[in-house]
Design a protein around this ligand. Sequence first.
Ligand SMILES: [Zn+2]
Length: 231
Amino acid sequence: MNVSRQLSQLQAIELEIESKEQALAESTSQLGERETLDRAQAKLSTAQQHLEELKKKQQSQEWEVDDLGAKIAAAKETLYSGRIKNPKELSNLQHEVDGLEARRRQLEDEALAVMEQVEEATANLATMESELKIAEDEWRNKQKKLSAEIARLKDELSQLKHKQQLVLAEVDPQATQFYYQLKRQKGRPVARVEQGMCCGCRLSLSTAELQRVKGNSLVQCSSCRRILFLD
Ligand SMILES: [Zn+2]
């Protein structure tokens, strides 16, 4: 096999290694990444707390309504018992009952509003919980896929690196050294020749250059200096 073909193989292997290493780094960085999930969980906790507070408020309103009911009943009982004869006292007591009843109506309206809030918060919480459950399932699936992907990439990389070593063992060390020197400058040191043209810089080669490329020696493009390779 001529040296330019070997170097072209080496370049292809190394490009594949680079792309797989990039994919591996990306997958590795995503593994265990659960920021979105943590945020959703924090939001859920806040919603749970909010619902608890509303329920406490609802409970204390119920107690207060009960308490007022007892007071109203007692006042009415006194009012209609006939024990109080003094009109001024009776009128005061009636006034008190009216006040308590007004307060109870107001409290009942407030309790109704809180009840609606509790219902809404409960429904919201249920939605959030089911959404979080879906997100958690998705996260677990993704983690599984990422782990499998990472294992596959590591395996492929080790095979590619083995292939790279095999090629390196065969190529003339001086050519290898030149290849890496050019790689540092050009990124891709080997350029394919297609329809008499260097694919690295799109320059058409002379017939003499083409003849040399067909031989066994290492030929560089006269324009971009890349190692030319003809299939
Ligand atoms: Zn060129």
